[in-house]
Design a protein around this ligand. Structure first.
Ligand SMILES: Cc1ncc(C[n+]2csc(CCOP(=O)(O)OP(=O)(O)O)c2C)c(N)n1
Ligand SMILES: [Mg+2]
Length: 276
């Protein structure tokens, strides 16, 4: 990756983070921690990987993205607005009753959303179904599904993992947002999900581990997945919950809390002045 592209991706991810904060601040509700932790991965996917077109959001040949950790919807809406699927001015209507930007993604309301999600675990099975349909129909689109690490405690994820492996879904990539935190605290204390890499490997996945905030590693990982045949892949992306806003980082209190005006301004200032 050349320096110019790296700079562009970092600037875009910074914009995604500012938009996440604007949405949640405007709504006075939402999930900043888990939205900020996946901002870089979503930026790379939408800018560099997914074959999609805002002029034809239902193109049957498009790549699919399923945000199984649907509570991070503010991050998805931010990047969809940057990709022109949504007008940017509606971000401030996030979570309002009449808005197309609901708290959890709704494929029937929001252009660019490929699957309605929010009940943790279910998006993984839905993504498998899309991938299997692609195989049956001999279409060569790819499916990417973003899963929270707390979400891995859902039994459905492992049923889905068995399925993806059994049907040799080499057109699907699971991405785990490994931020170590869930709603109430550390995953390792609440319900330890380790060792994740060994678990997925034993389920028949090709496993790839990356730093979720390093675009060079994200690029290497997501390029590699396309080369793997006859088995699904999982990218285990080590992240920081709340990444980019010092007082939100690694703090479970920011899982589902909106900033007040002072905190919002401080967060935006930090991103503008310090964040690279
Ligand atoms: C089936 C189900 N149970 C509970 C919830 C409520 N809930 C929303 S987010 C969350 C914690 C998720 O943690 P994690 O997957 O680690 O997400 P992240 O850290 O990326 O925010 C919970 C319990 C839900 N959305 N779905
Ligand atoms: Mg988590």
């Amino acid at each position: 990756m050349n320096q110019e592209k790296l700079k562009f991706l970092k600037e875009t991810a910074k914009d995604v983070r500012k938009k996440i904060l604007l949405e949640i601040y405007s709504a006075q509700s939402g999930h900043p921690g888990g939205s900020l932790s996946c901002a870089d991965v979503l930026t790379f996917l939408y800018m560099e990987v997914l074959n999609i077109d805002s002029q034809n959001p239902l193109d049957p040949f498009r790549d699919r993205f399923v945000l199984s950790k649907g509570h991070a919807s503010s991050a998805l809406y931010a990047i969809l607005s940057i990709k022109n699927f949504l007008p940017q001015h509606i971000l401030k209507d996030f979570r309002q009753c009449s808005s197309i930007l609901q708290g959890h993604p709704d494929m029937k309301r929001t252009p660019g959303v490929d699957m309605s999600t929010g009940s943790l675990g279910q998006g993984v099975s839905a993504a498998n179904g899309i991938a299997l349909a692609g195989k049956i129909d001999k279409m060569d689109f790819r499916v990417y599904v973003l899963i929270g690490d707390g979400e891995l405690q859902e039994g459905q994820v492992w049923e889905a993992a068995m399925f993806a492996s059994h049907y040799k879904l080499d057109n699907i990539t699971y991405i785990i947002d490994l931020n170590g935190l869930q709603i109430d605290g550390k995953t390792e204390e609440i319900m330890n999900i380790s060792p994740i890499e060994q678990k997925f490997a034993s389920f028949g996945f090709k496993t790839i581990e990356i730093d979720a905030h390093d675009f060079l590693e994200i690029e290497t990982g997501l390029n590699q997945v396309k080369l793997i045949k006859k088995k699904p892949t999982v990218v285990i992306a080590k992240s920081i919950k709340g990444k980019g806003v010092s007082f939100m980082e690694n703090n479970p209190n920011w899982h589902g809390t909106a900033p007040n005006s002072e905190q919002f301004e401080k967060a935006i200032r930090e991103l503008e002045e310090k964040y690279v």
